[in-house]
Design a binder for this molecule. Structure first.
Ligand code: FES
Ligand SMILES: [Fe+2]
Length: 424
């Protein structure tokens, strides 16, 4: 029996009748042709989260970002006037990749007063203006003042830096995020500057991994041994029941209890958890963030533990009751491969004990991330086998249903726009 009350309609899925209750196709996760449409319809039109402002610590800071699914490499920088900007990471002269260290495929970061192309030495200010052309008199009709790096639409919200690859985005970033995600604007993300980052190259469609983090139905069976050493700890059905689901445009969220291990008796804990006072839901002794946290736990569920915000298309923000947060991103690299990025953010440790608790949470995160990754190959292979063309989703998997519907809606809308556009 459901522990948390369902909406008046009887189920969360029926609360959002546009989703239907039928079987769902995952052909969108196995088709090379659909992937090509997704690239144009979604990744070249949605606002994409590329990094935090804390990665740009001062004027002159920059980092690069690879978006292989749309064959785009970016430079994100805080220019000498403090303005956060994004550019294609491409030299105006002959198209060399402008900023890289090691190999051109590796991301890099640092600080500089100007960018210098490794090929023929052209230079650019951090505002994108070309400041120096080697042997300029050799060129024809050169107007250096008009030469710039190619800019991208770039905006920040709550310290999250987003870019949009469209020529003219249809919505501002704030319009795009809408009221549900936008309500988090006052959350103290900016205080959580101690960051732990993980990256994985996975053999599945990007949505297959995103699906794994949009429901808690899998938690007791898949993460059994991580939940605790005793049968009682390993079967916390009620802890991971989604208590509140909310959809807002292309975005979605779920609130749940998660485990509150700081309340558990010692026999249900691993010794390392008791020792470090930390684990899969983070350090037990969180920072004092004040009484009201904007945007979180919107339905005020009792014993709230985790909010899981899915920001379309490929960002997840997990906010924990103990005062820390995680972001996940899924970057497609082909129809059946993607790069996963997970970043944990804490208020900086004030002593060794707090640092140990953060480190232990990060290690635990890696473990359960690997457990989630462990099913990916198998799911992708199973879907590609084609034994079944549609699948059953329960009420706890409503966000998966909404996600695939949204992806389909965006691809269909793009196709209609293209069909209606005058021939060029
Ligand atoms: S390609 Fe950059 S200076 Fe020639
Ligand atoms: Fe999981």
């Amino acid at each position: 029996m459901a522990r948390f009350q369902k909406p008046a309609e009887g189920t969360w899925t029926e609360h959002y009748p546009e989703l239907g209750r039928g079987l769902v196709s995952f052909d969108d996760s196995i088709s090379p042709a659909f992937y090509e449409r997704e690239r144009e319809a979604i990744f070249k039109r949605a606002w994409l989260y590329v990094g935090r402002v804390e990665q740009l610590t001062r004027n002159g800071s920059y980092f690069t970002k690879e978006l292989p699914g749309v064959r785009t490499a970016l430079i994100v920088t805080r220019d000498m006037n403090g303005i956060v900007r994004a550019f294609h990471n491409v030299c105006r002269h002959r198209g060399n990749k402008l900023l890289w260290e090691g190999t051109p495929r590796d991301e890099t970061r640092g600080s500089a007063r100007q960018f210098v192309c490794k090929y023929h030495g052209w230079r650019y200010g951090l505002d994108g203006a070309c400041t120096y052309v080697h042997q300029a008199s050799e060129f024809f009709d050169l107007r250096k003042d008009e030469l710039r790096l190619a800019p991208l639409h770039c905006d920040t919200w709550a310290g999250f830096v987003f870019v949009n690859l469209a020529r003219e985005p249809r919505q501002t970033l704030r319009e795009y995020l809408g009221p549900m995600v936008g309500a988090l604007e006052g959350y103290p993300f900016h205080e959580m500057t101690e960051r732990y980052s993980f990256r994985a190259e996975n053999n599945s469609n990007w949505k297959v991994f995103s699906d794994a983090f949009q429901e808690y139905y899998h938690v007791p069976p898949l993460h059994t041994h991580q939940l605790g050493p005793t049968p009682e700890a390993q079967n916390p059905e009620y802890e991971f029941e989604g208590a509140h689901y909310q959809l807002d445009g292309p975005h979605r969220m779920v609130s749940t209890s998660g485990t509150h291990k700081h309340h558990w008796p010692a026999e249900h804990l691993y010794p390392s958890e008791a020792l470090t006072r930390s684990g899969s839901t983070g350090p037990w002794d969180g920072p004092d963030l004040g009484a009201t946290l904007p945007g979180v736990n919107p339905s005020r569920i009792p014993r709230w533990g985790i909010d899981n915000f899915q920001v379309f298309p490929n960002l997840e923000i997990l906010i924990y009751e103990r005062g820390w947060y995680v972001t996940y991103r899924y970057w497609p690299t082909s129809h059946n491969t993607h790069v996963f990025e997970g970043d944990l953010h804490f208020v900086p440790a004030r002593n060794a004990r707090e640092r140990l608790a953060h480190e232990y949470a990060a290690i635990t995160f890696k473990e359960y991330g690997l457990q989630d990754c462990g099913t990916l190959d198998g799911t992708q292979m199973g879907l590609e086998q084609g034994a079944f063309r549609s699948f059953l989703l329960n009420d706890q998997e409503i966000l998966v249903r909404h996600f695939h519907k949204t992806v389909g809606d965006w691809v269909d809308a793009y196709a209609r726009e293209q069909a209606a556009a005058p021939a060029r």
